[in-house]
Design a protein around this ligand. Structure first.
Ligand code: KPL
Length: 309
């Protein structure tokens, strides 16, 4: 299964390293220094037991140099780059191939469907956690389940991808309820990402401090109310319990939003808490805590360059 991973950040690097012993993997990145380091020494993954695993995946910065068609394209970019990634995918995907987004937030799948067609686009979620340490280096920070959504007619293709992931040690299951899948991950990100970025704490701290816990619970409760109003059948009986469990499982990890803020990059707030606010407006559900978190993160993004340390 010829595999192309668009986005060679933490998650793209992790999946590339885990998949390369089994299938040929190419990484596409716009970061020339990172691509050069990957091609020179092989992407280095610092595993959870401290061992270093090197990937034989090669990296490209120019999609026109790929020179073949991919059977599987994983999109692991930040949400702000989904449009560009979908465009690259539409040019490099085999006719009966599949594009799978493993990104955070709402709206990515729709952009990819528009570029490659509904039957060739799928979404999954992963509770794997990783950090990009620098050019050519990724740390595997936590391991949790991966779930792939199979839309109508995609069952066979998704089952093959799930089998590949399981063989690579990425524990993966399949569901046919894609909306429930995306909302269940959204709710985790709604509870964790903005708060960890604002407070500059690792995920585990949120569940340990009562004030953080209560803000996390309020943001999650609002998102659940919006999901219910949209008739999304959330798979978790107690989503807040799940958010707490993810905090514990990834306790030492910096959320992706905290990593963005620390790197002075724009965050994914618009497709996470911002998406809850937008869907809340459409369904008439008030979302004041998500609104406040969205505005605070936007203020933080805007003022990061001017902060007094
Ligand atoms: O998805 C994540 C993220 O950081 O974006 C969690 C699950 C919160 C892990 O850090």
């Amino acid at each position: 299964m010829e595999t192309l991973i668009i986005g060679a950040g933490a998650m793209g690097g992790l999946f590339a390293t885990l998949l390369t012993p089994l299938v040929p993997v190419t990484l596409f990145t716009t970061n020339a220094g990172h691509a050069e380091a990957i091609n020179r020494t092989g992407l280095a993954l610092i595993c959870m037991d401290g061992q270093v695993r090197r990937s034989s995946a090669c990296a490209l910065t120019d999609p026109d140099r790929y020179g073949r068609r991919a059977d599987l394209i994983l999109i692991c970019t930040k949400a702000r780059s989904t449009g560009q990634a979908a465009d690259v995918a539409s040019r490099l995907l085999a006719r009966d191939g599949l594009v799978l987004t493993l990104q955070n937030g709402l709206g990515n799948l729709e952009l990819i469907q528009a570029a490659v067609g509904v039957s060739r686009a799928a979404a999954g979620i992963t509770a794997q956690a990783a950090t990009l340490l620098g050019p050519g280096q990724v740390r595997h920070a936590g391991s949790g389940p991966t779930v792939l959504g199979a839309g109508p007619g995609q069952e066979k293709k998704i089952a093959a991808v799930a089998a590949l992931f399981n063989q690579a040690g990425i524990a993966t299951t399949v569901t046919d309820d894609v909306a429930a899948l995306l909302w269940s991950k959204l709710i985790v990100n709604v509870g964790i990402n903005a708060l960890t970025a604002l407070l500059r704490v690792p995920n585990g701290t949120l569940a340990q401090i009562p004030e953080c816990e209560s803000l996390m619970a309020d943001a999650v409760t609002e998102a659940m109310a919006v999901a219910r109003a949209l008739c999304v059948r959330l798979p978790d009986e107690a989503p807040l319990e799940k958010v707490r469990a993810v905090c514990a499982l990834t306790s030492g990890n910096q959320s992706s939003m905290l990593q963005d803020i620390l790197a002075g990059k724009p965050t994914e707030i618009d497709v996470i808490n911002g998406a809850v606010v937008r869907e809340g407006v459409k369904t008439g559900i008030p979302t004041p805590v998500n609104q406040m978190l969205t505005e605070l993160i936007k203020a933080l993004e805007a003022t990061t360059a001017q902060r007094i340390n």
